[in-house]
Design a protein around this ligand. Structure first.
Ligand SMILES: *Cc1c(COP(=O)(O)O)cnc(C)c1O
Length: 401
Protein backbone atom coordinates (compact mmCIF):
# COMPACT_ATOMS: atom_id res chain seq x y z
CA UNK A 1 0.00 0.00 0.00
CA UNK A 2 1.34 3.42 -0.87
CA UNK A 3 0.84 6.60 1.11
CA UNK A 4 -1.53 7.79 -1.61
CA UNK A 5 -3.68 4.71 -1.22
CA UNK A 6 -4.39 5.39 2.42
CA UNK A 7 -8.06 6.03 3.08
CA UNK A 8 -8.78 9.73 3.12
CA UNK A 9 -11.20 10.57 5.88
CA UNK A 10 -12.95 13.86 5.38
CA UNK A 11 -13.74 16.11 8.31
CA UNK A 12 -11.75 18.54 10.36
CA UNK A 13 -10.01 16.12 12.66
CA UNK A 14 -8.70 13.75 10.07
CA UNK A 15 -7.74 16.12 7.31
CA UNK A 16 -4.76 14.98 5.33
CA UNK A 17 -3.00 18.27 4.75
CA UNK A 18 0.60 17.42 4.40
CA UNK A 19 3.28 16.56 1.95
CA UNK A 20 2.76 12.99 3.08
CA UNK A 21 -0.65 13.02 1.47
CA UNK A 22 0.82 14.10 -1.80
CA UNK A 23 0.67 17.90 -2.01
CA UNK A 24 4.42 18.49 -2.05
CA UNK A 25 5.76 14.99 -2.64
CA UNK A 26 8.31 14.84 -5.47
CA UNK A 27 6.79 11.72 -7.02
CA UNK A 28 5.46 8.26 -6.28
CA UNK A 29 7.23 6.05 -3.78
CA UNK A 30 9.44 3.37 -5.32
CA UNK A 31 9.80 1.53 -2.07
CA UNK A 32 8.40 1.68 1.44
CA UNK A 33 9.30 0.24 4.80
CA UNK A 34 8.28 0.43 8.42
CA UNK A 35 4.78 0.69 9.81
CA UNK A 36 1.94 2.21 7.80
CA UNK A 37 1.58 5.99 8.11
CA UNK A 38 -1.55 5.62 10.25
CA UNK A 39 0.29 3.51 12.81
CA UNK A 40 3.35 5.62 13.45
CA UNK A 41 4.22 9.16 14.42
CA UNK A 42 6.82 10.02 11.84
CA UNK A 43 7.25 9.74 8.10
CA UNK A 44 10.67 9.80 6.52
CA UNK A 45 10.87 10.52 2.80
CA UNK A 46 14.14 9.90 0.96
CA UNK A 47 14.53 11.44 -2.46
CA UNK A 48 16.59 8.93 -4.45
CA UNK A 49 16.55 11.19 -7.51
CA UNK A 50 18.29 13.86 -5.44
CA UNK A 51 20.93 11.34 -4.30
CA UNK A 52 21.55 10.32 -7.90
CA UNK A 53 21.69 13.99 -8.97
CA UNK A 54 24.21 14.70 -6.20
CA UNK A 55 26.36 11.76 -7.25
CA UNK A 56 26.19 12.82 -10.93
CA UNK A 57 27.12 16.37 -9.98
CA UNK A 58 30.17 15.20 -8.02
CA UNK A 59 31.17 12.75 -10.77
CA UNK A 60 31.17 15.66 -13.27
CA UNK A 61 33.23 17.83 -10.96
CA UNK A 62 35.98 15.24 -10.60
CA UNK A 63 36.12 13.78 -14.13
CA UNK A 64 38.28 12.17 -15.43
CA UNK A 65 38.63 10.73 -11.91
CA UNK A 66 35.95 8.19 -10.96
CA UNK A 67 33.35 8.86 -8.30
CA UNK A 68 32.59 6.12 -5.79
CA UNK A 69 29.81 6.24 -3.17
CA UNK A 70 30.23 5.74 0.56
CA UNK A 71 27.16 3.87 1.82
CA UNK A 72 28.29 2.80 5.30
CA UNK A 73 25.89 2.97 8.25
CA UNK A 74 22.86 2.09 6.11
CA UNK A 75 23.82 4.78 3.59
CA UNK A 76 24.00 7.39 6.35
CA UNK A 77 20.56 6.33 7.56
CA UNK A 78 19.00 6.67 4.09
CA UNK A 79 18.70 2.92 3.34
CA UNK A 80 21.61 0.90 1.93
CA UNK A 81 19.69 -1.26 -0.51
CA UNK A 82 17.60 1.56 -1.98
CA UNK A 83 20.47 4.05 -2.22
CA UNK A 84 23.07 1.63 -3.57
CA UNK A 85 20.55 0.18 -6.03
CA UNK A 86 19.74 3.64 -7.40
CA UNK A 87 23.39 4.70 -7.62
CA UNK A 88 24.37 1.44 -9.24
CA UNK A 89 21.71 1.93 -11.91
CA UNK A 90 23.01 5.48 -12.40
CA UNK A 91 26.47 4.12 -13.21
CA UNK A 92 28.31 4.10 -9.87
CA UNK A 93 30.70 1.15 -9.91
CA UNK A 94 32.63 1.42 -6.65
CA UNK A 95 31.18 1.51 -3.14
CA UNK A 96 32.63 1.83 0.34
CA UNK A 97 31.05 0.34 3.47
CA UNK A 98 32.43 -0.03 7.00
CA UNK A 99 31.65 -3.68 7.73
CA UNK A 100 31.45 -6.98 5.90
CA UNK A 101 27.79 -7.38 6.78
CA UNK A 102 27.12 -4.12 4.94
CA UNK A 103 29.09 -5.44 1.97
CA UNK A 104 26.88 -8.55 1.83
CA UNK A 105 23.70 -6.46 1.85
CA UNK A 106 25.14 -4.25 -0.86
CA UNK A 107 26.19 -7.23 -3.01
CA UNK A 108 22.53 -8.27 -3.21
CA UNK A 109 21.54 -5.05 -4.99
CA UNK A 110 24.79 -4.40 -6.87
CA UNK A 111 26.02 -7.81 -8.05
CA UNK A 112 28.88 -6.43 -10.16
CA UNK A 113 30.01 -3.55 -7.96
CA UNK A 114 33.48 -3.15 -6.52
CA UNK A 115 32.97 -3.08 -2.75
CA UNK A 116 35.62 -1.86 -0.32
CA UNK A 117 35.24 -2.44 3.42
CA UNK A 118 36.78 0.50 5.27
CA UNK A 119 37.24 -1.08 8.69
CA UNK A 120 39.44 -3.84 7.32
CA UNK A 121 39.59 -7.53 8.19
CA UNK A 122 39.03 -8.83 11.71
CA UNK A 123 41.32 -11.70 12.77
CA UNK A 124 40.68 -14.81 10.65
CA UNK A 125 38.20 -12.88 8.51
CA UNK A 126 39.90 -13.10 5.12
CA UNK A 127 37.90 -16.05 3.79
CA UNK A 128 34.62 -14.34 4.54
CA UNK A 129 35.75 -11.32 2.51
CA UNK A 130 36.55 -13.48 -0.48
CA UNK A 131 33.23 -15.26 -0.09
CA UNK A 132 31.39 -11.93 -0.32
CA UNK A 133 33.68 -10.68 -3.10
CA UNK A 134 34.47 -7.73 -0.84
CA UNK A 135 37.81 -5.96 -0.88
CA UNK A 136 39.27 -5.13 2.51
CA UNK A 137 40.79 -1.71 3.13
CA UNK A 138 43.94 -2.87 4.90
CA UNK A 139 45.26 -0.44 7.46
CA UNK A 140 47.84 -2.33 9.52
CA UNK A 141 50.64 -4.85 9.02
CA UNK A 142 48.93 -7.74 10.88
CA UNK A 143 45.95 -7.40 8.55
CA UNK A 144 48.17 -7.33 5.51
CA UNK A 145 50.10 -10.42 6.60
CA UNK A 146 46.87 -12.32 7.15
CA UNK A 147 45.35 -11.19 3.84
CA UNK A 148 48.53 -12.06 1.92
CA UNK A 149 48.65 -15.54 3.41
CA UNK A 150 45.02 -16.13 2.51
CA UNK A 151 45.50 -14.89 -1.05
CA UNK A 152 48.60 -17.03 -1.58
CA UNK A 153 47.07 -20.24 -0.27
CA UNK A 154 43.79 -19.75 -2.13
CA UNK A 155 45.10 -18.01 -5.26
CA UNK A 156 42.59 -15.24 -4.48
CA UNK A 157 42.95 -12.17 -6.70
CA UNK A 158 39.85 -10.27 -5.63
CA UNK A 159 41.71 -7.07 -4.77
CA UNK A 160 42.30 -5.01 -1.66
CA UNK A 161 43.08 -1.42 -0.76
CA UNK A 162 46.05 -0.27 1.27
CA UNK A 163 45.18 2.65 3.49
CA UNK A 164 47.99 4.97 4.62
CA UNK A 165 47.80 7.39 7.46
CA UNK A 166 48.81 10.90 6.43
CA UNK A 167 47.92 12.77 9.61
CA UNK A 168 44.58 11.65 10.96
CA UNK A 169 46.00 8.86 13.14
CA UNK A 170 42.95 6.67 12.89
CA UNK A 171 43.45 3.78 10.48
CA UNK A 172 46.32 3.20 8.11
CA UNK A 173 49.86 2.07 7.57
CA UNK A 174 52.66 4.58 8.13
CA UNK A 175 54.75 6.34 5.50
CA UNK A 176 57.75 4.20 6.54
CA UNK A 177 55.73 1.04 6.00
CA UNK A 178 54.71 2.41 2.60
CA UNK A 179 58.33 2.59 1.49
CA UNK A 180 58.97 -0.99 2.59
CA UNK A 181 55.80 -2.32 0.97
CA UNK A 182 56.24 -0.52 -2.31
CA UNK A 183 59.06 -2.87 -3.32
CA UNK A 184 56.74 -5.82 -2.99
CA UNK A 185 53.86 -4.16 -4.83
CA UNK A 186 55.89 -3.73 -8.00
CA UNK A 187 55.01 -7.24 -9.12
CA UNK A 188 51.91 -7.26 -11.33
CA UNK A 189 50.06 -9.91 -9.29
CA UNK A 190 50.36 -8.12 -5.93
CA UNK A 191 46.59 -7.89 -5.64
CA UNK A 192 46.52 -4.29 -4.39
CA UNK A 193 43.85 -2.46 -6.38
CA UNK A 194 43.85 0.89 -4.54
CA UNK A 195 46.02 3.00 -2.26
CA UNK A 196 44.13 5.49 -0.17
CA UNK A 197 44.23 7.94 2.70
CA UNK A 198 41.66 10.09 4.49
CA UNK A 199 41.46 13.79 5.37
CA UNK A 200 41.06 14.89 8.97
CA UNK A 201 39.95 18.51 8.31
CA UNK A 202 38.65 18.68 4.74
CA UNK A 203 35.62 20.68 5.89
CA UNK A 204 38.01 23.47 6.97
CA UNK A 205 39.72 24.46 3.69
CA UNK A 206 42.14 26.80 5.46
CA UNK A 207 43.40 24.14 7.85
CA UNK A 208 47.15 23.58 7.30
CA UNK A 209 46.81 19.83 7.83
CA UNK A 210 45.03 19.51 4.45
CA UNK A 211 48.08 20.57 2.44
CA UNK A 212 50.37 18.40 4.57
CA UNK A 213 48.14 15.39 3.91
CA UNK A 214 48.03 16.11 0.15
CA UNK A 215 51.83 16.26 0.09
CA UNK A 216 52.31 13.13 2.17
CA UNK A 217 49.86 11.22 -0.01
CA UNK A 218 51.57 12.45 -3.19
CA UNK A 219 54.80 10.82 -1.99
CA UNK A 220 53.02 7.58 -1.18
CA UNK A 221 51.39 7.54 -4.62
CA UNK A 222 54.79 7.84 -6.26
CA UNK A 223 55.86 4.66 -4.48
CA UNK A 224 52.84 2.83 -5.86
CA UNK A 225 52.91 3.98 -9.48
CA UNK A 226 50.32 2.16 -11.58
CA UNK A 227 47.96 1.53 -8.66
CA UNK A 228 44.83 3.72 -8.47
CA UNK A 229 44.77 6.21 -5.62
CA UNK A 230 41.98 7.79 -3.58
CA UNK A 231 42.10 10.62 -1.04
CA UNK A 232 39.03 12.86 -1.09
CA UNK A 233 35.82 12.50 0.89
CA UNK A 234 32.93 14.91 0.14
CA UNK A 235 34.60 18.05 1.45
CA UNK A 236 37.97 16.91 0.10
CA UNK A 237 36.56 17.05 -3.44
CA UNK A 238 36.00 20.78 -2.99
CA UNK A 239 39.61 21.39 -1.90
CA UNK A 240 40.50 21.15 -5.58
CA UNK A 241 41.83 18.79 -8.25
CA UNK A 242 45.02 17.94 -6.34
CA UNK A 243 42.86 15.73 -4.09
CA UNK A 244 40.92 13.89 -6.81
CA UNK A 245 43.51 11.25 -7.88
CA UNK A 246 41.81 8.33 -9.68
CA UNK A 247 38.84 7.89 -7.34
CA UNK A 248 36.91 10.09 -4.88
CA UNK A 249 34.87 8.77 -1.95
CA UNK A 250 31.94 11.07 -1.13
CA UNK A 251 29.39 10.10 1.49
CA UNK A 252 27.78 13.09 3.21
CA UNK A 253 27.36 15.22 0.06
CA UNK A 254 25.35 12.44 -1.62
CA UNK A 255 22.81 12.70 1.18
CA UNK A 256 22.50 16.48 0.87
CA UNK A 257 24.83 17.60 3.65
CA UNK A 258 26.87 20.68 2.82
CA UNK A 259 30.44 19.71 1.86
CA UNK A 260 31.44 23.40 1.90
CA UNK A 261 30.46 24.66 5.36
CA UNK A 262 30.37 28.43 5.43
CA UNK A 263 29.40 28.65 1.75
CA UNK A 264 26.10 27.88 0.04
CA UNK A 265 25.26 24.18 -0.14
CA UNK A 266 25.88 22.96 -3.71
CA UNK A 267 24.02 19.69 -3.09
CA UNK A 268 20.32 18.88 -3.37
CA UNK A 269 18.41 18.14 -0.19
CA UNK A 270 17.50 14.45 0.17
CA UNK A 271 15.69 13.78 3.45
CA UNK A 272 12.32 14.98 4.71
CA UNK A 273 11.03 14.05 8.16
CA UNK A 274 7.49 14.83 9.19
CA UNK A 275 5.84 14.21 12.54
CA UNK A 276 2.13 13.89 13.20
CA UNK A 277 0.41 16.48 15.34
CA UNK A 278 -1.28 14.48 18.10
CA UNK A 279 -3.00 17.38 19.80
CA UNK A 280 -2.93 21.15 20.15
CA UNK A 281 -3.27 22.67 23.61
CA UNK A 282 -3.61 26.18 24.97
CA UNK A 283 -1.51 27.13 27.96
CA UNK A 284 -1.38 30.32 29.98
CA UNK A 285 1.50 32.69 30.40
CA UNK A 286 3.77 31.34 33.16
CA UNK A 287 2.96 27.66 32.60
CA UNK A 288 5.73 25.25 31.67
CA UNK A 289 6.07 22.55 29.00
CA UNK A 290 7.57 19.08 29.29
CA UNK A 291 9.94 17.18 31.56
CA UNK A 292 11.89 19.27 34.00
CA UNK A 293 9.54 22.20 33.36
CA UNK A 294 12.47 23.61 31.41
CA UNK A 295 10.49 26.00 29.21
CA UNK A 296 8.08 28.62 30.51
CA UNK A 297 5.49 30.37 28.34
CA UNK A 298 6.12 34.12 28.33
CA UNK A 299 2.58 34.72 27.00
CA UNK A 300 -0.59 32.74 26.42
CA UNK A 301 0.59 30.05 24.04
CA UNK A 302 -0.67 27.30 21.77
CA UNK A 303 1.45 24.16 21.76
CA UNK A 304 1.30 21.41 19.12
CA UNK A 305 2.40 18.03 20.44
CA UNK A 306 4.15 16.07 17.68
CA UNK A 307 4.64 12.28 17.76
CA UNK A 308 8.42 12.18 17.24
CA UNK A 309 10.94 11.94 20.06
CA UNK A 310 14.36 10.71 21.00
CA UNK A 311 13.14 7.12 20.68
CA UNK A 312 12.97 7.98 16.98
CA UNK A 313 16.49 9.34 16.93
CA UNK A 314 15.34 12.94 17.26
CA UNK A 315 18.16 13.83 19.62
CA UNK A 316 17.09 14.73 23.14
CA UNK A 317 19.93 17.23 23.37
CA UNK A 318 18.06 19.44 20.85
CA UNK A 319 17.47 22.70 22.70
CA UNK A 320 17.75 26.44 22.29
CA UNK A 321 21.16 27.95 21.58
CA UNK A 322 20.92 31.36 23.20
CA UNK A 323 17.84 33.00 21.73
CA UNK A 324 17.73 30.63 18.74
CA UNK A 325 15.52 27.58 18.99
CA UNK A 326 15.34 24.44 16.87
CA UNK A 327 12.44 24.78 14.48
CA UNK A 328 9.70 22.85 12.77
CA UNK A 329 7.73 23.86 9.72
CA UNK A 330 4.04 23.75 10.60
CA UNK A 331 1.40 24.60 7.99
CA UNK A 332 3.99 26.52 6.00
CA UNK A 333 5.39 28.53 8.90
CA UNK A 334 8.55 28.09 10.97
CA UNK A 335 7.73 27.52 14.62
CA UNK A 336 10.10 26.92 17.56
CA UNK A 337 10.44 23.52 19.25
CA UNK A 338 10.12 24.18 22.99
CA UNK A 339 10.81 22.22 26.18
CA UNK A 340 12.66 18.92 26.41
CA UNK A 341 12.30 16.28 23.74
CA UNK A 342 10.45 13.25 25.19
CA UNK A 343 10.96 9.67 24.04
CA UNK A 344 7.94 9.69 21.73
CA UNK A 345 6.88 13.32 21.57
CA UNK A 346 8.05 16.87 21.20
CA UNK A 347 6.31 20.25 21.57
CA UNK A 348 6.12 23.09 19.05
CA UNK A 349 5.00 26.63 19.87
CA UNK A 350 2.38 27.33 17.20
CA UNK A 351 1.01 30.55 18.67
CA UNK A 352 2.06 32.41 15.52
CA UNK A 353 -0.28 30.30 13.37
CA UNK A 354 -3.93 31.23 12.80
CA UNK A 355 -6.20 29.99 15.61
CA UNK A 356 -7.60 27.11 13.47
CA UNK A 357 -4.25 25.49 12.69
CA UNK A 358 -2.55 23.19 13.00
CA UNK A 359 -5.08 20.47 13.70
CA UNK A 360 -4.81 17.00 15.04
CA UNK A 361 -3.50 14.82 12.21
CA UNK A 362 -1.60 17.62 10.47
CA UNK A 363 2.11 17.11 9.85
CA UNK A 364 5.00 19.15 11.16
CA UNK A 365 8.17 19.07 9.06
CA UNK A 366 11.19 18.48 11.29
CA UNK A 367 13.77 18.07 8.52
CA UNK A 368 13.44 19.32 4.95
CA UNK A 369 11.18 22.00 3.45
CA UNK A 370 13.75 24.60 4.45
CA UNK A 371 14.61 23.01 7.83
CA UNK A 372 18.17 22.26 6.86
CA UNK A 373 19.95 19.31 8.53
CA UNK A 374 23.29 21.10 8.82
CA UNK A 375 21.62 24.05 10.54
CA UNK A 376 19.43 21.88 12.79
CA UNK A 377 22.30 19.68 14.03
CA UNK A 378 24.10 22.30 16.19
CA UNK A 379 20.97 22.66 18.36
CA UNK A 380 21.67 19.08 19.46
CA UNK A 381 25.37 19.80 19.80
CA UNK A 382 26.18 17.69 16.77
CA UNK A 383 26.68 17.59 13.00
CA UNK A 384 24.45 16.59 10.11
CA UNK A 385 26.20 13.22 9.83
CA UNK A 386 24.96 12.21 13.28
CA UNK A 387 21.45 13.53 12.66
CA UNK A 388 21.21 11.32 9.55
CA UNK A 389 22.72 8.20 11.06
CA UNK A 390 20.47 8.57 14.12
CA UNK A 391 17.25 8.57 12.08
CA UNK A 392 15.09 6.06 13.89
CA UNK A 393 13.62 2.71 12.99
CA UNK A 394 10.04 3.57 13.95
CA UNK A 395 9.28 5.85 11.03
CA UNK A 396 7.29 4.96 7.99
CA UNK A 397 9.95 5.19 5.29
CA UNK A 398 9.26 6.11 1.74
CA UNK A 399 11.87 6.25 -1.03
CA UNK A 400 10.98 8.32 -4.06
CA UNK A 401 12.59 8.66 -7.43
C1 LIG B 1 33.13 7.97 5.88
C2 LIG B 1 34.31 8.03 5.02
C3 LIG B 1 34.26 8.72 3.78
C4 LIG B 1 33.09 9.58 3.37
O1 LIG B 1 33.21 10.83 4.05
P1 LIG B 1 32.16 12.02 3.84
O2 LIG B 1 32.72 13.13 4.64
O3 LIG B 1 30.87 11.53 4.36
O4 LIG B 1 32.12 12.31 2.38
C5 LIG B 1 35.36 8.61 2.94
N1 LIG B 1 36.45 7.91 3.30
C6 LIG B 1 36.55 7.28 4.50
C7 LIG B 1 37.79 6.55 4.86
C8 LIG B 1 35.49 7.34 5.40
O5 LIG B 1 35.60 6.73 6.60
Amino acid sequence: MTVQDLPRVSGDELRATSAVAGTAAPSVPVSEAGPPVMETGGVLTIDLAAIVANWTDLARRVAPADCAAVVKADAYGCGLAEVAGALSRAGCKTFFVAHLTEARALRRVAPDAIIYVLNGIPPAGAAAFADARARPVIGSMPELVEWDAFCRVNSWTGGAALQFDTGMNRLGLTAEEAAALAVRVTSPDHGISLVMSHFACADQPEHPLNERQVQAFREIRMLFRGVDASLANSSGIFLGPSTHCELVRPGAALYGLNPTPGAANPMRSVVRLEGRVVQVRKIHKGETVGYGASWTASRDTRIAIVAVGYGDGFLRAAAALGNDKPQAMVVGKRCPIVGRISMDLLAVDVTALPEVSPRRGDWATLLGDGIDIDSAAPFAGTIGYEVLTSLGRRYHRSWRS
